[in-house]
Write a protein that binds this ligand. Structure first.
Ligand SMILES: [Zn+2]
Length: 271
């Protein structure tokens, strides 16, 4: 191939090289999926401090991704790549946020926009415009969640895409399968009504039920293409749902940049 290319014009070589990169990215790239919750300073009394990443750390992490050639994509773009409509970037990354806190709008949105990157937020349908009612306020003070007005602005900006994190953030392992089906399909239907876009991404609250075959089948029956658990690691971009839910990389508030680097390169912080 190299010998053959040596004699032809640079334009053809560039075309071949683009095809090669496309092929290589489709076949070999992983789909590192960062998992965030809250961006900002943990409030006094929070027992979940590790789930708070400061704006300053988040900015540094985005700078790392840019410097290392990662291009953030949305679930819809991944789906388009699977359908052969548009190739994936050579080094894709998904930047996901669970729950849908208002600090995603206040703190993460401006930083992503500034960096020219994209994020995906998993919403708990019934808490939009409200607060994190599923938390015991003794563990985590009540926080404001995103409003529909903010969600629409975030979607229209092209910086954010949304997915489902169920209706009420209940532990799916403690529900009947009928209730699980409702949590998954009702949130999909309502989000699609509100946002006018197909919902292809789902994240299991607490990661619960992701690894239970019956619960997972009930969730997938709602029609999501991508279901995300909380097991640490990097799933391949050529992902087979039969291999289990997608892995993610938890970014903890006390992680340093070296942890972040280990996450992105080995699928695991603090080896
Ligand atoms: Zn959650």
């Amino acid at each position: 191939m190299i010998v053959e290319l040596a004699g032809v014009g640079a334009a053809i070589a560039a075309g071949a090289s683009a095809r090669w990169n496309w092929w290589r990215s489709v076949v070999r790239a992983g789909m590192p999926t960062l998992m965030y919750h809250k961006i900002g300073e943990a409030p006094p009394g929070s027992k979940l401090r590790k789930l708070w990443v400061t704006a300053e750390d988040f900015r540094k992490q985005l700078a790392y991704l840019k410097k290392n050639g990662f291009a953030s994509i949305t679930f819809a773009e991944w789906r388009d790549a699977e359908k052969g409509l548009k190739p994936l970037p050579e080094k894709p990354v998904l930047i996901t946020f669970d729950d849908g806190y208002m600090n995603n709008y206040d703190a993460a949105y401006p930083l992503l926009r500034e960096a020219g990157m994209k994020g995906c937020v998993f919403l708990v349908y019934e808490t939009v415009d409200g607060h994190n009612a599923w938390h015991d306020p003794k563990t985590e003070p009540w926080l404001k969640m995103l409003t529909w007005t903010q969600i629409k602005e975030m979607q229209d900006s092209g910086v954010f895409e949304f997915g489902s994190h169920t209706m009420r953030h209940r532990n799916l392992l403690k529900l009947s399968l009928e209730e699980v089906r409702w949590e998954a399909s009702e949130s999909k239907r309502r989000l699609e009504d509100k946002l006018g876009r197909e919902q292809v991404g789902f994240a299991y609250p607490y990661g619960s039920g992701a690894y239970d075959p019956e619960v997972r089948a009930a969730v997938r029956a709602a029609g999501y293409r991508f279901d995300f658990g909380i097991k640490q690691g990097i799933s391949p971009s050529l992902w087979d749902p039969e291999s289990g839910p997608l892995k993610r990389l938890l970014v903890r508030g006390d992680d340093g940049m070296y942890d972040f680097h280990l996450n992105m390169t080995r699928g695991r912080a603090r080896l």
